[in-house]
Write a protein that binds this ligand. Sequence first.
Ligand code: SAM
Length: 442
Amino acid sequence: MGQLRQTQQSIGLAKAISLSATAIDGIMAGQSLTQIIEDLPAQERPIVQSLTFETLRQWRGAHQLIKEYVPKAPSQRLDHLLSIAIVLLMQRQINMKRGYPAHTVVDEAVKACDASVQTKHAKGLVNAVLRKISMAITELDQGPNKVTKIDVGGGYLPPWWLAQLKASYPSQWKQLCFHQSQHPPLSLRINLSKITRVAYLELLAQAGLAYEEIPPIAGHTLEGALSLQVPRPVTEIPGFTTGLVSVQDAGAQLAGLLLNLQPGERVLDACAAPGGKTAHLLETANIKLLSLEIDPHRISKIASNLARLGLASEAHLIKQADAALSNWWDGQLFDKVLLDAPCSASGIVRRHPDIPFLRRENDIAQLQLSQRALLNSLWQVLRPGGLMLYVTCSLFPAEGEEQASWFEANYADALRLESIGQLLPAKTHDGFYYALFKKNGS
Ligand SMILES: C[S@@+](CC[C@H](N)C(=O)[O-])C[C@H]1O[C@@H](n2cnc3c(N)ncnc32)[C@H](O)[C@@H]1O
């Protein structure tokens, strides 16, 4: 939300509310926000993304208020406009310095009706309801029970999803839901092949940017990881454009470490776009890397990521291919394989709060089958003695522990090395599953 005030001048808050309501309409119809904002002009994207995501993160809190203050269930369009405005009002309550004044939010939400809802009645309703809610928020904030009635930390999870979390994590699910509805930190990975941690921290200090250390994750210290205390657009992060640093969640940075890469090794990154882990692997050691990606649209992102980091080289090939087949393979075995498998993404909901609105329960069984097809196929291209790292950004055991156990049971030559297993989301990192297998033989 920190960026909202800066970008306001470029498009105006009423327009941003209206575009964000349209984006939420699109999400409810099954489109991801990433797809939706690709069609917007570049200057409109940051504010629409920020407003939309924050509204989805606070969905339950906003709807508790709509239910309480709107006499008759509003149309979908009006519901989305109101939710966005309510979240802006709640934001003000959480952090006075960052949010818009309440009267601005109300006026701009009413103006946003012009562009979308258009009836006089709707404008009157938005005005009256938001004024009442604004007063209620202020009273609660000043009253003896500060903010106890409004659940400001509540994103939406479909009932089947919540039931799975409760069953899998009976004593932790509430904490998980809390972390997943929080604004994520802006986490960075220093490119240690170009600059030391100490030298990069000096650059941050010169730019006047405060950072936070990332404590060890599951016993692993991540030398390149840190998070900024206040999020910034990437162009304002020292060394971003010159490839000294990348934006990447700290939990994702474990992949580069667990594979224990050695110079000269042949490595396969089987599901590579947009290339966050590809880049990390190349920063970690001088390896021969092949990156595969099935999606022709996403594959171009790998090359542009590597070009920014100065990591493009002849020792790194990018191929569009289905890693579950073998028609891309030249017959030479790999020393290491990274399988960052397509999954529900249920562990990264705070960064992609549209995911719970898009997933369906039967997607999980389908994803499980795809992951098994990939595990089956990639095991064939690993040399005896080599390592395969299976990763998902999921919290569902069907995509994590169940898969690792299935794999061990089916492959007599697979030895599961002591690894992380399920990493639950926390303040400093998202949720992931990691299993590391060694292929017996030499
Ligand atoms: C979790 S994302 C990978 C993220 C990436 N490793 C990173 O760190 O930036 C999974 C990727 O696998 C791709 N994918 C899905 N099925 C695939 C397949 N059968 N073969 C190759 N790529 C696949 C998806 O298009 C998606 O880009």
